[in-house]
Design a protein around this ligand. Structure first.
Ligand code: IVH
Length: 684
């Protein structure tokens, strides 16, 4: 960190204002372009406030490059038009490997014909293709004077006031000998984290959320009131130059990128060029693998011939350059129609509305179903049967319906009403107050819940029955072979061979896998039971805390609450599960079928309070007696019911009676709850 320059008494206000503008811009660039702040936020704010104060006193001295313009202010009736000095072109697209090879081959061919083909493979500058909005920034003598959207490529909109609020865009360029005019082109976008924050805020204000970061960036940039833009966090990356008057000659695109960086622009892409179609394709794969980890959305990569002289020789076809191409990723968002909405019943009976879609390719796979999560979510997105909707699939994420395009809603579209009876078993569906999910009350009589519980039980992270797929489980439930997990362990070769498409060899494999699954671990067994709210990590905590299944099954709600990460809801759910005789019967049957695991052993002798005898009496301020008992036992102590000469400590709360008197008469150490914590802490 460095200390900001102090105000020197002999500087005129104009000098000081120029100095402050320069300092603040330098810090903006250190922060946004170099990612290396030089001063603290508080120091930055102090400089900013000083400049604001001087500008208020001397409005006539306000500078065009003042960073205070970034807070917005101008409210427009509409956007003026700006004619681009050089048209803002678009790029041709490549989708397949063959398109990329054809692009490289045709460049090489054309250059060969012109006798310009260099030795060996052609060199390309490679970049990501930002999924935002193109913008042209015009700098005169290093000062930002106007900013225009792409528009139709020839005429765009003047969004200067809004662009000034984007802190990643320099208001004044760094360095000496700046060209008379320099137009820098690049993309304005919103990073995913900023998009999420904006949408959370929109929802909190009961305003419509934006469908994706691109729409949010466009909506923010095209605000007539620049104060609104100033509140949205937009980013910018430069990827080229437009009009230049004066000296800005560079031989290669990589040099242009480096020069733009030196002037203060954020550059994202690697500066290192690649060779030939193979180099391009390797870059495509590399970026595709990184795509989901990037902080912003991209929709492909861009390849540009690196040598500027060769770019000029290749020239343009209609509205795009021959020397550059965009290699697009499979689209992550597509629109399609909702053919129907129906519901799925989950393991715990949760009813999930699912949209059945006209099949559409999204992100490289065909999508024909997408979850609508729950009734509230479906209403919030206002999704009807017959609607045209936007479907999104990012990375490995389950396809999701992002929004409905209300303008295209046909008159035949209709709302979906959630059923009141389970479509699988006819039981009543209820939605408890405060719950987002409606649930089927059928429990084990509901075949859907039975199937999902068995699928959960058999999965790799639970009991792990290798080769027992979802379809096979569903088939076995349908023909009545299995209903509870213990049924799996009584299956015979004969029964399996009767199933459709089940040869002797596969039946043997399934039985072997079932047999092999008998040896498990306590956490996996608890997780496999499918207790509501008990995921893998809670199952592990329960196992570690209680060490064996019996102790867990007998634990009271209070005792369960003493487990790390277990709150009252989880504790109540686990308690209700284990006292249910149907569940106890299944657990006993599983053990009888030969399921085994090693109980967790804790070496009590190594523990802090090993062998110490405690008695608890009275009401403790925060802990229940069960909780205190558990804490003590976990530290190796014994908890006894009556005070005797063998008692080491009495833990006494409010309204302690005869036990306290007796302990006092025997000279036994008496602790309160605070002492207990202290003892446990120091004893660790
Ligand atoms: S270069 C002659 N580089 O893609 C055209 N464009 O389809 C020069 N885009 O309108 C454009 N990332 O908005 C270029 N790294 C990148 C880009 C990029 C995104 C956008 C840009 C342009 C569109 C062309």
């Amino acid at each position: 960190m460095i200390t900001p320059d102090l105000f020197s008494d002999d500087a005129t206000p104009a000098q000081r204002m120029a100095d402050l503008c320069a300092q603040i811009e330098r810090h903006n660039q250190a922060y946004y372009t170099q990612d290396a702040p030089l001063i603290s936020d508080a120091q930055y704010d102090a400089l900013f406030r000083e400049l604001l104060a001087l500008e208020a006193q001397h409005p006539q001295l306000m500078r065009a490059d003042s960073p205070t313009l970034r807070v917005g202010g101008a409210v427009l009736d509409g956007f003026e038009k700006i004619t681009h000095a050089l048209p803002m072109l678009s790029l041709g697209n490549a989708f397949e490997e063959s398109d990329v090879r054809a692009f490289d081959a045709s460049n090489a061919d054309l250059l060969l014909k012109k006798n310009l083909k260099p030795q060996g493979a052609l060199e390309y500058a490679v970049e990501v293709k930002f999924d935002g909005l193109a913008i042209g920034l015009r700098y005169e003598k290093g000062v930002l004077v106007s900013a225009a959207t792409r528009g139709d490529g020839f005429v765009g909109e003047n969004v200067t006031a809004n662009v000034r609020t984007i802190r990643a865009i320099p208001l004044r360029l760094m360095g000496e000998n700046l060209p008379e005019v320099l137009e820098v082109r690049g993309e304005v976008l919103m990073q995913r984290a900023d998009f999420k924050r904006l949408n959370d805020a929109q929802l909190a204000r009961a305003e419509k959320p934006f469908a994706n970061p691109r729409n949010a960036a466009a909506g923010s940039l095209r605000q007539l009131d620049s104060r609104v833009t100033a509140q949205r966090v937009l980013s910018f990356f430069a990827y080229g130059v437009g009009e230049v008057v004066g000296d800005f000659s560079q031989n290669t695109f990589t040099q242009i990128a480096a020069q733009l960086k030196a002037l203060g622009f954020p550059i994202f892409s690697p500066i290192q060029p690649v060779l030939g179609a193979d180099g391009l394709l390797a870059f495509y794969t590399q970026i595709q693998n990184q795509r989901d980890a990037l902080p912003f959305d991209i929709d492909g990569v861009v390849y540009k011939i690196n040598d500027v002289a060769l770019q000029q020789a290749l020239g343009f076809v209609t509205r795009s350059p021959r020397w550059a191409i965009a290699h697009k990723f499979p689209a992550q968002e597509m629109s399609t129609t909702v053919l129907a909405i129906d519901v799925q019943v989950g393991r715990t009976g949760a009813i999930t509305p699912v949209a059945r879609l006209a099949p559409v390719e999204v992100g490289g796979v065909i999508v024909s179903n997408a979850t609508l999560h729950n009734e509230d979510e479906m209403r919030r997105k206002d999704i009807w049967i017959g609607d045209t909707v936007v479907v999104r699939r990012a990375g490995d994420v389950i396809p999701e319906v992002v929004m409905s395009i209300i303008a295209s809603r046909p008159p035949t579209a209709r709302r979906f009403e959630m059923p009141t009876r389970c479509p699988e078993c006819g039981s009543e569906i209820v939605r408890e107050a405060g719950e987002s999910a409606a649930r089927c009350t059928g429990g084990m009589i509901c075949p859907a819940q039975v199937k999902q519980s068995l699928i959960h039980f058999a999965q790799r992270r639970a009991i792990n029955i290798d080769g027992l797929g979802d379809k096979l489980i569903e088939q076995m439930v349908d023909v009545g072979l299995i209903r509870t997990p213990d049924d799996l362990y009584r299956l015979t070769m004969n029964q399996l061979e009767q199933l459709e498409r089940m040869a002797a060899k596969s039946a043997r494999n399934v039985l072997d896998a079932i047999n092999a699954s008998k040896k498990t671990t306590l956490p996996k067994f608890i997780y496999a039971l499918g207790i509501r709210h008990v995921g893998e990590s809670t199952a592990k905590s329960l196992a570690q805390h209680f060490c064996n299944l019996d102790a867990i099954m007998q634990a009271s709600i209070e005792e369960l609450c003493a487990v790390e990460d277990v709150g009252p809801i989880v504790a109540a759910s686990a308690h209700a599960f284990f006292i249910d005789p149907r569940h106890r019967k299944v657990i006993a049957a599983l053990i009888e079928c030969g399921l085994v695991w090693e109980n967790i052993q804790i070496d009590r002798t190594a523990q802090a309070l090993n062998g110490k005898v405690f008695v608890i009496t009275g009401t403790l301020p925060t802990l229940s007696r069960e909780q205190a008992k558990h804490m003590l036992e976990n530290a190796g102590a014994k908890v006894s019911g009556s005070v005797s000469s063998k008692t080491d400590y009495l833990l006494a709360g409010e309204a302690a009676g005869s036990k306290l008197d007796k302990a006092q008469s025997l000279g036994i150490a008496i602790l309160d709850e605070a002492d207990l914590y202290q003892l446990l802490q120091t004893a660790q």
